[in-house]
Design a protein around this ligand. Structure first.
Ligand code: CUA
Length: 155
């Protein structure tokens, strides 16, 4: 098969770039131990409902205006569905999934993370003023994805 010199050059360049990218990814994953951002804590996705504190999702008070909120995102709802937070609270959300990839997003607050089975996603926010916030799944997760929502009430 006849191949132009310029074609051969482009193919060689393309393959060389692929090799460099794959080598970089492999080194980052195996040598540097890189994992998806914010995923630092792992969990057995088949035992989420028996693993504390995810066996009783909800809000925990830490004192000093700080709170922790544990959430389970599953097809097709959030547990808890409804959360009440005092105004001014600094809340760290811990979210995991027992089934598929979900999203955890509270529009207009900057709270937005992917939820991956096997990992606990963490994101923090200070709710300064009272109001009602929508909590939505923004990763397509199946036939009921558009129904997957909850709310957060700050008062
Ligand atoms: Cu869960 Cu989309």
């Amino acid at each position: 098969m006849h191949m132009y010199r310029s074609e051969r050059l482009w193919m060689t360049l393309g393959i060389a770039m692929l090799v460099v990218f794959l080598a970089t990814l492999t080194t980052a994953a195996l040598v540097d131990g890189f994992v998806p951002p914010s995923h630092v804590q792992s969990i057995d996705p088949t035992k989420v409902s028996q693993t504390p504190p995810f066996d009783h999702p909800g809000l925990r008070k830490l004192g000093n205006g700080s709170y922790e909120a544990y959430y389970v995102a599953h097809i097709f709802s959030f547990d808890p569905q409804h959360l009440v937070i005092p105004a001014g609270a600094h809340v760290t959300f811990y979210v995991t999934s027992p089934d598929v990839e979900h999203g955890f997003s509270v529009p207009e607050t900057g709270v937005n993370t992917m939820v991956t089975p096997g990992w606990v996603s963490t994101v923090s926010h200070t709710f300064k003023t009272p109001g009602k916030f929508l909590l939505v799944c923004n990763e397509y997760c199946g036939a009921g994805h558009q129904l997957m929502a909850g709310n957060i009430e700050v008062k």
